[in-house]
Design a protein around this ligand. Sequence first.
Ligand code: GLN
Length: 533
Amino acid sequence: MAKFVFITGGVVSGLGKGITSSSLALLLKARGYKVFMQKFDPYINVDPGTMSPYQHGEVYVTQDGAETDLDLGHYERFIDEELNYTSNITTGKIYSSVIEKERRGDYLGATVQIVPHITDEIKSKVYAAASTSGADIVLTEIGGTIGDIESQSFIESLRQIRNELGKENTAFVHCTLVPYIYGSNELKTKPTQHSVIELRGMGIQPDFIVTRSPEELNDHLKEKIALYCSIPKEHVIDSVDVKNIFQVPLNYHKQGMDELVLKQFGLEVKPSQIKYWEDLVDKVDNLKDEIEISLVGKYVELHDAYLSVAESLKHAGYANNVKININWVNSEDLEKIDDLKDVFKNTSGIIVPGGFGSRGIEGKIRAINYARENKVPFLGICLGMQLACIEFARNVCGLKGASSTEFDELCADPIIDLMAEQKEIINMGGTLRLGNYDCKLVKGTLAYEDYKQDEIKERHRHRYEFNNKYRDLLEEKGMTFSGINEKANLVEIIELKDHPHFIACQFHPEFKSRPTKPHPLFNSFIRESIKFK
Ligand code: GLN
């Protein structure tokens, strides 16, 4: 049977619970255990797929097509394991499945209640994470802060699991804030004490307390927290602010957190294979050169909207020994600027990531046009590929009315259009083309050179497709269709012949990039950007 770690947060939100959870999971994996991760989000949306990036940052997509919280991206990048639809559970998911069961008659005769029906449903999701993954240890992060009304049924479910499985099979990690108070010039543990009182009021005694603070906690403070919160002093884990988040697991490791968790579970403490991560931290702290990459999008004020793309650029930077400075370019601004040279004067590569809706589209098309004409390395992702095709159709093939039916339903040349099966869809939630699809690569292309494979699988999240009616024309004019989904005959990757590095894909490569394994498309993009510089 799997062991379970539950991570809660107290005092304030934004403590980096996701990084804490991922860091512990990474350490347990480095000790030779198979780990799996899950996040509970207390909101009523069934998934974040229908939320604006301004609300929620990016939507992360798993291989099996679940639209999830961006924390899952941290999880996958840290533990390098593929997560699945059991990895992100919302209140909306729990309630819709309980209500569906009620309507079906599964509870005939009973009054359907939060305890036990909702809590049983939540518990079943924890166990499903263990059974679908076959993991030795499942780590579940509970979104929100202790005391929130929304998360109460989740906390109650975890209390029940602890009661059923005992301390040797479950561990509670509570993350809190230890603020520095100016004036008295000291770190304060009182908010942590109060947060633990609140957690205890819900029937949960934490086993570990992870304290986020601007300075390291001294022994005295750790002792104080241990005393008031009834845990051994060694179970107070200091999580001091760091410049490089990859340092976090190493800090926990130094304090013995992984070993202590394994001991609580009665699991063998095998030697830690953490050297690869230490090397990564070392590399990240000592990058030789720098380059600027322009990321053109409409949500650029909110960097979280492009989190995985930004991380993927950095990963490729590590592999190529350069620090990536992202020039965040608002696509709407580009619509008003006369000479794009001013915007891109220090730029060595241009990336246009995914997006939805018509705002800022013409600005992105101008950026693509600039990259194409000035031979600046270009990587387009999803909407970025669709717009690269539109730009090419308009400015090289002379189809002035080229567009996507997403922004202009009646355009003269719908280069990008809905597939027949998408036209019948009424619901917006969960109905995009999602998750892994096959793509066959054409030999002799940039894409093939990058992947060095005939067949790849990549994750998708889009509704519109390249319109095959225009394939011959664009090909004649110099576009190569280097990746195709053969089953549905869909364009997956395009590139240009008359350009050193212009490539774009319909899928989202950013979901598969890892700090120590950059994605091939990002890797070559950064390599070529360095050459361009
Ligand atoms: N809006 C486009 C579509 O739905 C692109 C989506 C994306 O970039 N993720 O097809």
